[in-house]
Design a binder for this molecule. Structure first.
Ligand code: ZN
Length: 283
């Protein structure tokens, strides 16, 4: 008994320590293209022959570590631009740290709809963008062309997808992932536009896709996301047709084909509730 106790105490201590420790990792995705992970969030880093572009600084702490990683990956190279995938503070915070490190004149680029949202919810650590666009923007630095695409309302009304057409690599945040449920009860999700955005994402030319959370995937990852949301929508529609309440639908809809996905146990029920509320409101 004493042994079991000390083992479990050791495990608790180890878990507590690992939860406290700053944890980051830089993964090479392609030629000059990197995923920078800070705890559970990912940034997208593009090293061109004329400097570096970063999508999502994540937080002030993450941006400090990211600055060191940029210096390591691209010594003596300038930072050319900071892009916000969308206005949510857990991805967009920290640009000021990058500007302190690399230059106050570095532009921050975001979708035009992000401005109001950041004015409403932002902080001193989440500066406003100074360059915005509504549909598509193309950045050209040296050997890289970086396309920013607004595909419509998805997880927010200002979500953009980054595409390196020649490298066939994309970066998409929060509204898709690699075999993981949607976030909780899908807060801020715009239905039914979201389904159209998934189809448009399928139409972009990439073979590898980096996500705001979790490991990178490929085209099949997006096909599986499309299947999941289609199956979720169908199952919830059937539950509503059968006269089930939101609580009953949340308890009964199981979608076992996705039981191996991340957060299935915690978030499937909440995903059902998010879609149920949308569908029930439309009736
Ligand atoms: Zn978000």
């Amino acid at each position: 008994m004493r042994v079991i106790c000390s083992v479990s105490m050791f495990l608790m201590l180890a878990t507590a320590l690992s939860a406290q420790a700053p944890s980051f990792e830089t993964t090479r995705i392609g030629d000059g293209v990197y995923q920078f992970r800070w705890q559970a969030h990912n940034s997208f880093v593009v090293v061109t022959s004329e400097g570096v572009v970063v999508v999502d600084p994540i937080s002030t702490d993450a941006a400090r570590q990211l600055s060191q990683e940029i210096r390591r990956l691209a010594p003596n190279q300038p930072l050319r631009a900071i892009v916000y995938s969308h206005s949510d503070a857990d991805h967009a915070t920290g640009a000021g740290v990058l500007r302190e490190e690399f230059g106050e004149e570095i532009p921050i680029i975001a979708h035009a709809n992000a401005v109001d949202e950041i004015q409403r919810t932002g902080s001193d650590d989440l500066p406003l963008p100074d360059v915005t666009f509504t549909d598509r923007m193309v950045l050209r630095y040296g050997d890289k062309t970086i396309e920013l695409h607004y595909l419509g309302n998805s997880h927010s009304d200002n979500m953009i997808v980054t595409l390196l057409r020649e490298d066939r690599i994309a970066f998409a945040v929060d509204f898709v992932s690699n075999d993981r449920m949607g976030f909780r009860d899908l807060p801020g999700w715009h239905f039914p536009d979201f389904f159209e955005v998934l189809d448009r994402l399928r139409g972009l030319g990439y073979d590898t896709i980096v996500f705001g959370h979790g490991p990178a995937g490929d085209r099949a990852s997006i096909d599986r996301q499309v299947s999941y949301y289609r199956d979720l929508r169908r199952a919830v529609a059937e539950a509503i047709e059968a006269g089930l309440s939101e609580d009953e639908a949340a308890a009964r809809v199981k979608l076992p084909a996705y039981s191996s996905w991340g957060q299935y146990d915690a978030w499937l029920e909440l995903n059902v509730r998010g879609v149920y509320r949308w569908m029930a409101a439309g009736q």
